[in-house]
Design a protein around this ligand. Structure first.
Ligand SMILES: Nc1nc2c(ncn2[C@@H]2O[C@H](COP(=O)(O)OP(=O)(O)OP(=O)(O)O)[C@@H](O)[C@H]2O)c(=O)[nH]1
Ligand SMILES: [Mg+2]
Length: 212
């Protein structure tokens, strides 16, 4: 399901896993596609889950972002924990015109995130989408900001439709990830290679078999 292990070479310095989370219809896929367009795709859908790959350079470092997207209504039991496992960044999206999507983000998602996140220092950003529908707004900017403050994360409002602030959401998240040493270390390709090499050295040599 994940692309880890395959094609890891010297072409990038960090590999980060980012999840887009939020209720059905808030615009998670739209946000992701808007950010991803004009870039490398890896359309490998699994049941209820999809991911896209984006390569970019930030501060002279080459990054590989694997951004996971799931259907908001999917509650896929055993898959949920593997979806969260090892995530370095979370984008928590609600729809500024649908209050319940905001309430769910404040009530339900933090519990799930705490339950399943394996990186305690995982960076989060709260995103209020669909600001182009200003006349239908049901959640104020201040409420969004307050919730973000309570969870000590960044906050932005955007529109996947007009692309206002879309790149900014990802940029902000990436910048924060690059400021946290433990996240950098976990995402470092050099460190991962070292660990793999050490594992190989630690394993006893295999007996030759028909497949080797
Ligand atoms: N006006 C407006 N519509 C949007 C915006 N973002 C998404 N939409 C629309 O909202 C609907 C749902 O968008 P999706 O991106 O499929 O939402 P999702 O969160 O991925 O939904 P699930 O996959 O069901 O969880 C679509 O009809 C989009 O065109 C936005 O910023 N403004
Ligand atoms: Mg979607």
């Amino acid at each position: 399901m994940s692309s880890s292990g395959k094609g890891w070479n010297n072409s990038f310095d960090y590999s980060f896993k980012i999840l887009v989370i939020g209720d059905s219809g808030v615009g998670k896929s739209s946000l992701l596609l808007s950010f991803i367009s004009n870039s490398v795709h890896d359309p490998s859908p699994t049941v209820g889950v999809d991911f896209k790959i984006k390569l970019l350079t930030v501060g002279g470092k080459r990054l590989k972002l694997t951004i996971w997207d799931t259907a908001g209504q999917e509650r896929f039991g055993t898959l949920t924990s593997s979806y969260y496992r090892g995530a370095h960044g979370l984008i928590l999206v609600y729809d500024v015109t649908r209050r319940e999507t905001f309430t769910n983000l404040s009530d339900i998602w933090p519990k799930e995130v705490d339950l399943y996140s394996t990186n305690q220092d995982c960076i989060r950003i709260l995103v209020g989408n669909k600001v182009d529908k200003e006349s239908e707004r049901a959640v104020t900017r201040e409420e969004g900001r307050d919730l973000a403050q309570r969870h000590r994360c960044s906050f932005l409002e955007c529109s996947a439709k007009t692309r206002e602030n879309v790149n900014q959401c990802f940029k902000e998240l990436i910048q924060k990830m690059m400021e946290v040493p433990s996240i950098l270390e976990k995402g470092s390709v050099a460190v991962k290679k070292q660990i793999l090499k050490q594992r190989e050295l630690d394993q006893p040599p295999r007996q030759s078999s028909c497949c080797s």
